[in-house]
Design a protein around this ligand. Structure first.
Ligand code: ATP
Length: 325
């Protein structure tokens, strides 16, 4: 559905400064995938999406989207994709239903077809009762759902969502997600989205692409990224006199690393915590080491980012990558 090779975008800001926003990203997305592009502010997520949606042209490299080259055939690409940008797409003084019909007409539907499609989308996104309301009178969550409807009016098989849930409270975020996932099912769509929310990428996307300083630094399922790059941590409480024996046993677990004993607790990093814990408990019992308490701490995507870059994604939230050439 998407294939990019060495996709690159520079912005010449002045005679002496060029921002290398995207630096040679190669990415393949198969039909039906839900891919979250994760990265700190200024990482190049929006710029990548804007190239894939033909809003800007690449400086170099190639991108094929829905079967067409973004540079050679931008209008063919546009016909086949939906794009929900960061800002609200809908005009504030328009009524929600009219906005959708208008969007359908822009995409080449005749008025009757545009109205039919509008009815379907309003219902699917639970906006039917708000069709006569002005866009400016909708709540943040309702407006975001309208934005999604706008991106879907021409029934695209591929939908790009740029930070769809930013600014929404947790309840509205969950509600928007329910709708997006339902629409995905209903229309068998491929979805590529950007997000700052680690938990969102973790729970919603089957695949997470991590971008930093314009480069793709990881690409896998959230679970695989966590297992590969961070791993689970076991925390075991024992009598201090048994700590060294337990450390020795923990060191023998498959893939054990970072074995740290402090006070009455032993901490060890392993690839698969739920599998390693019973193994360690059995080994401890056989060695006559009673265990008082045991916990498996699963890593977060922030641990993954920290592991990859030495920085926390939360801490770098305000950073930008505006590097001068
Ligand atoms: N039109 C532009 N002119 C100059 N620099 C730009 C332009 N658009 C983006 N940039 C720069 O390119 C870099 C990547 O920006 P981009 O918006 O792609 O990041 P992002 O990962 O989407 O960030 P955010 O999460 O904040 O939306 C940043 O340094 C940004 O300042």
């Amino acid at each position: 559905m998407i294939s990019t090779r060495q996709l690159t975008r520079d912005f010449v800001v002045s005679r002496t400064e060029t921002v290398h926003a995207v630096r040679g990203i190669s990415l393949d997305v198969e039909p039906g995938e839900l891919v979250a592009v994760l990265g700190p502010n200024g990482a190049g997520k929006t710029t990548t999406l804007r190239m894939l949606t033909t809003l800007i042209t690449p400086t170099s490299g190639t991108a094929t989207v829905a079967g067409y080259d973004v540079t050679a055939d931008p209008s063919q690409v546009r016909r086949r994709i939906g794009y929900v940008g960061q800002g609200n797409g809908a005009g504030h003084n328009q009524r929600a239903g009219d906005e959708l019909v208008g969007q359908g007409v822009i995409y080449g539907l005749d008025r009757r077809a545009a109205k039919r499609r509008t009815g379907e989308l309003l219902e699917a996104l639970e906006l039917t009762e708000l069709a006569g309301r002005k866009v400016s009178e909708l709540s943040g969550g309702q407006r975001r759902r309208l934005d999604v409807a706008m991106g879907l009016v021409h029934a695209p098989k591929l939908l790009f969502l740029d930070e769809p849930s930013t600014g929404l409270d947790p309840q509205n975020r969950a509600n928007l997600w329910d709708h997006i996932l339902r629409m995905r099912e209903q229309y068998s769509m491929t979805i590529v989205l950007t997000t700052h929310y680690l938990d969102e990428a973790d729970s919603m996307a089957e695949r997470v692409v991590v971008v930093d300083h314009g480069e793709l630094i990881a690409d896998d399922t959230a679970n695989a990224l966590k297992a590969k790059l961070a791993g689970d941590r076991l925390a075991i409480t024992v009598a201090p006199s048994n700590l060294s024996k337990l450390s020795e046993l923990a060191g023998k677990l498959p893939g054990a690393r970072e074995v740290i004993a402090t006070g009455d607790e032993l901490s060890v990093r392993v690839a698969d915590g739920p599998a390693a814990l019973p193994e360690l408990i059995t080994a401890a019992q056989q060695s006559g080491v009673p265990i008082a308490a045991a916990q498996v701490h699963r890593p977060t995507l922030d641990d993954v980012f920290l592991n990859l870059t030495g920085r926390s994604l939360r801490e770098t939230a305000a950073a930008t990558n505006g590097k001068a050439a």
